[in-house]
Ligand binder design. Structure first.
Ligand SMILES: Nc1ncnc2c1ncn2[C@@H]1O[C@H](COP(=O)(O)OP(=O)(O)O)[C@@H](O)[C@H]1O
Ligand SMILES: [Mg+2]
Length: 143
């Protein structure tokens, strides 16, 4: 396990962090993103998509719970549990299949907490808002 803490001063720097993190991924990893609304979780995922070479301009979120971004080095599945009520619903997302070959990035993993019992996130990304443009980001890598 390895801990990394850094301070970013712009959205672009945070996106670059996501891009850098994506280089370590080989498929099958769960990445959890912790932080309040507007912290920058989606920005990190966008950077991961960019790093994986996902050919989408924006990867704009849809109203589905699992957004699939195919076409990159690995398929990226982006989940935002904010609107989910609990573990029962999380179980219906089909994340097992996603994890067979792809990378699953989850915003608001706390919402599905009981569900994650059998899973170990490979990367835990925690984002704290320091001020309007600064974020303190902790990345915990587990084996
Ligand atoms: N250093 C920074 N890193 C990431 N986002 C930042 C930063 N500074 C300002 N922002 C802004 O914060 C917002 C983060 O949005 P978003 O990634 O959608 O948050 P979340 O997914 O955590 O709710 C964006 O509007 C972005 O421009
Ligand atoms: Mg978000």
């Amino acid at each position: 396990m390895r801990n990394e803490v850094l301070l970013t001063s712009s959205e672009e720097e945070t996106e670059e962090l996501g891009e850098r993190l994506s280089r370590r991924l080989v498929g099958g990893e769960l990445v959890t993103l912790h932080g309040g609304l507007g912290a920058g979780k989606t920005v990190v995922v966008r950077g991961m998509a960019r790093g994986l070479g996902v050919p989408c301009g924006v990867c704009s979120p849809t109203y589905t719970l699992v957004n699939e971004y195919p076409g990159g080095r690995l398929p990226l599945y982006h989940v935002d549990l904010y609107r989910l009520g609990g573990a029962a619903e999380v179980e219906g997302l089909g994340l097992d299949e996603c994890l067979e070959s792809g990378v699953v990035a989850v915003e608001w993993p706390e919402v599905g907490a009981p569900f994650w019992g059998g899973y170990r996130p490979r990367l835990e990304v925690r984002i704290e808002v320091v001020d309007e443009t600064k974020r303190r980001i902790t990345v915990e890598e587990r084996r």
